[in-house]
Design a protein around this ligand. Structure first.
Ligand code: EPZ
Length: 419
């Protein structure tokens, strides 16, 4: 398994191109199943998760061409309505093929995604929404077997709590359902709006994405389209936090500060200078140390759970004590003991971590169990004295495009060590 070797302590100066958002790309790719015409997506990041979904879409019948960041997908015919365990278990977003297959073919058999390191992550809300739309669903040997021989019907889906995945999955199914679907208490993440924009470009009628109530008027068919994936707000926030931890000045090309929600305010409160320009975001650290800031993870526009680990790395070197409360996932502090191995002073009590900033972290061999936790260890390694070896780089390859190259170009001493 590859590792990353980092020699810390060098401030970051330069430009980093921000890639298209992984968590949007994976959903708009699933939308290709909804039409027999070609869907062309631009600004698609080349990531392990994207490749994994491509493998799944190909076995459903997709022909594709991925050139630089332009991905064209053409699902003229659906060869198979079954999504096997091996392709779904490795990546939860694969489960989102269920709705489109059901909407287009009237049936689907999709493996349940199972839990993951950050929490149980059930899919009950996804299944309730599809059932409310008329699907008959059975669970058999780890698979969801769903049928809607007469097509899906519009329904009012009231989510008991905000779920990004359930909102997106409902949208992906409702665009081809008969009549109107209303999603109440919908997620408002920018990726939801991006998915709606893509679906609407394909001829769907999705209204008010980005608000708490989304209305979808089903249509008989969707057509081909071209859509540009929005910039990755989590990658943007992570590099901004790296500047906070190690110092310097980065211009994040293609980034959109408006997508960062409460994370932007937290970075400013921590003392970073942030300037929003035409097509970039400039992050500068002028003080010796950042200030401690308390955060609580919340659905958008609150502080994103996907930046919590990286923010903890930043707070580990801040001046003062901060509390970090995780409210979205029940087990998302696995980076805390690893950061502690680097000298961070962190105590965790249930869903709240208290971080007492230290002047300097110390490099150490560390191990991460998920994507964002790995990035927090990279940030800590960049800021630490001496060498940090981050094990299990495959987590990072799932969600941060060309990470070492982007950081090396800005002066970081970071290298992949092949095993
Ligand atoms: C998406 O996951 C993202 N993944 C996650 O990013 C992100 O952390 C999360 O949204 C929250 O922003 C992708 O987009 C591929 P949820 P999702 O449904 O859709 C519970 C990353 O690092 N829940 O909003 O799965 C769930 O367990 C990943 O890129 C149910 O109980 O998140 C969680 O506690 C990690 N039943 C909460 O809701 C359900 O049916 C919110 O999850 C669905 C969710």
């Amino acid at each position: 398994m590859d590792k990353l070797a980092i020699i810390g302590g060098r401030p970051l100066y330069g430009e980093i191109p921000i890639s298209g958002a992984k968590n949007s790309a994976l959903k708009v790719m699933a939308a290709a199943l909804l039409t027999d015409e070609k869907l062309t997506l631009t600004n698609v990041p080349r990531l392990a998760d994207v490749d994994m979904l491509l493998r799944l879409l190909a076995q459903h019948g997709a022909e594709y061409n991925f050139d630089n960041s332009t991905l064209s997908l053409h699902v003229k015919d659906i060869f198979s309505t079954e999504a096997p365990y091996d392709l779904v278990r490795k990546m939860r977003a694969s489960f989102n093929v269920l709705g489109p297959l059901l909407a287009r073919e009237g049936k689907a058999k999709v493996s349940l995604p199972g839990g993951c390191a950050i929490g149980a992550r059930p899919v009950d809300l996804h299944l309730k929404a599809l059932t409310a739309m008329g699907a008959k669903i059975e669970l058999d040997e780890g698979y969801v077997i769903a049928e809607a021989p007469d097509g899906l019907k519009g329904a009012v889906i009231s989510l008991p709590f905000v779920s990004v995945g359930a909102t997106e999955h409902t949208m992906l199914a409702a665009v081809l359902a008969g009549g109107e679907t209303v999603i109440e208490n919908a997620a408002r993440e920018p990726e939801i709006t991006d998915l709606a924009d893509c679906l609407n470009a394909m001829g769907a009628r999705v209204k008010d994405a980005g608000r708490s109530t989304i209305r979808i008027e089903g249509v008989d068919r969707l057509h081909g389209a071209e859509h540009r994936v929005l910039p990755d707000r989590i990658e943007t926030g992570a590099y901004a936090m790296a500047v906070g931890a190690v110092g310097g000045e980065l211009t994040l090309m293609g980034a959109d500060g408006g997508l960062l929600g409460a994370a932007l305010a937290a970075l400013e409160e921590a003392g970073l200078q942030i300037e929003e320009r035409e097509n970039s975001l400039c992050i500068k650290k002028t003080e010796e140390r950042c200030k401690a800031v308390d955060i609580v993870t919340q659905p958008f526009p609150g502080f994103p759970t996907d930046l919590q680990a990286q923010f903890m790395a930043l707070m580990a070197t801040a001046d003062g004590a901060s509390t970090i409360k995780e409210t979205i996932f029940e087990n998302r502090f696995m980076h805390a003991p690893e950061l502690s191995r680097m000298g961070a002073k962190i105590s965790v009590d249930a869903q709240t971590a208290t971080v007492r900033g230290v002047e300097r972290l110390k490099g150490a061999p560390v191990m991460a169990t998920d994507l964002r936790a790995s990035m927090s260890l990279v940030i800590a390694g960049l800021a630490a004295e001496g060498q940090t070896m981050v094990n299990r780089v495959y987590h990072l390859d799932r969600g941060f495009e060309r990470l070492e190259e982007k950081l090396q170009n800005c002066g970081a001493l970071i290298e992949r060590v092949k095993d």
